[in-house]
Write a protein that binds this ligand. Structure first.
Ligand code: FES
Length: 381
């Protein structure tokens, strides 16, 4: 360190610096011409294995219960589907009555089935969500739509997660966990999974028989069904989680809705788990309001300006969909950043705010997870 000579700026060879620009031009002229727009062989192959978007066709529709259907999907042109980690999602983009819409769904199949060219997604008959309602009630075998490459960090990563995972899930939150159960039983994944599956009524448990069968074959899977309102049986649920909690080398995977996340966040803070050991999967955020208020949303997209109605109980993204305005989106829960837009003015409520410090500072929001609380103006970047 003592031998290191640090020159002052004024000691540098000013002439050499001035000549740099000329030299750079010489170097550029003498270099071989390469068409940088042309993909290399490796890029082409990587894109073939993991394309950004895939056109799929519905091969079968399986009824899981009166409220859930599973769609069995293959690529339209027979090309391989990208491999995914159990717990990841894919975004469906579909045109309904001429309106393009996107929703993300966790893949419900065993990742191993990708080798046979199949993916599955499980859809809830959700009247409040236009796309899910359509996919459940109107979709036919042979229908085609687009899906994104798998995404999301709700999966077991041995470099990040503890080998013992406790999962607390409710409602359709079981879907990514079901994929993990299959992956463990088929030796695609190697971790211990203890599941607390919550439901208000017995018939709301889906994949129960299948999960029981997998659990009976593998000592790595433990399943606990908890019926009733977990708010009422708070001590029961938390006690059970505490019993299953082996030591600080345990990750917690929470899968469900905002209410469950809030409920557990408050109570699990006692465990003092490192942040990386808690992972979330949640569906479209909800905003229950006492009184529905209507506002005006002014939005700028590609030099066009629109003024449309929006409501405090619907996300800005839903307001855009209702007015047949499409902006690119993927995760639908404010994580991927694809719908990122600049808020010019107005008050909003952001659910599960995951924005970067810079986005907060410069007023960028994600319309997919943001509710208007006044008239607002937005620029889609
Ligand atoms: S779609 Fe991912 S942040 Fe909005």
């Amino acid at each position: 360190m003592n031998n290191l000579e640090i020159k002052q700026v004024q000691d540098l060879d000013e002439l050499a610096l001035n000549n740099l620009a000329d030299k750079r031009d010489e170097w550029l002229k003498s270099a071989n011409e390469i068409d940088l727009t042309k993909k290399t062989e490796i890029e082409t192959y990587a894109n073939y294995l993991m394309p950004e978007y895939i056109n799929v066709v519905v091969k079968r529709i399986l009824s899981e219960s009166s409220e859930y259907n599973t769609l069995v999907l293959r690529s339209e042109d027979g090309s391989p589907l990208p491999f995914f980690k159990a717990g990841q999602s894919s975004a469906v983009t579909i045109s309904i009555d001429g309106n393009k819409m996107t929703r993300s769904y966790p893949l419900s199949s065993n990742p191993e089935e990708t080798k046979d060219g199949e993916w599955r997604i499980t859809i809830k008959n959700n009247e409040e969500d236009y796309v899910s309602f359509y996919l459940f009630n109107n979709l036919k075998i042979g229908e085609k739509f687009q899906m994104s490459a798998p995404f999301g960090d709700f999966y077991y990563n041995p470099l990040r997660d503890a080998k013992n995972i406790i999962s607390v899930c409710i409602d359709n939150g079981i879907i990514p966990i079901y994929s993990m159960v299959q992956a463990i039983c088929n030796n695609v994944e190697d971790f211990n999974l203890t599941i607390f599956y919550l439901a208000k009524k017995e018939n709301e448990f889906i994949f129960k028989e299948e999960i029981n069968e997998y659990a009976s074959k593998s000592n790595k899977i433990k399943i606990n069904y908890i019926l009733g309102d977990y708010n009422d049986s708070e001590s029961n649920l938390i006690n059970k989680i505490n019993e299953a909690y082996i030591n600080s080398e345990t990750s917690i995977f929470i899968s469900g809705n905002e209410q469950l996340l809030d409920f557990l966040n408050k109570r699990l803070s006692d465990l003092n788990l490192p942040k990386k050991y808690i992972r979330y999967y949640s569906f479209i955020p909800s905003n229950k309001v006492k009184k529905v208020s209507k506002y005006t949303l002014t939005i700028h997209i590609n030099d066009e300006k629109y003024e449309i109605p929006c409501y405090n109980n619907k996300t800005i993204m839903q307001a855009l969909e209702d007015s047949s305005i499409y902006i690119p989106s993927k995760c639908q829960v404010g994580i991927c950043g694809l719908c990122r837009s600049e808020l010019v003015f107005g008050e909003v409520r952001i659910v599960n705010d995951k924005r970067s410090k810079a986005d907060k500072r410069y007023n960028y929001i994600h319309p997919c997870s943001t509710y208007p609380l006044s008239d607002i103006e937005l620029i889609v970047r």
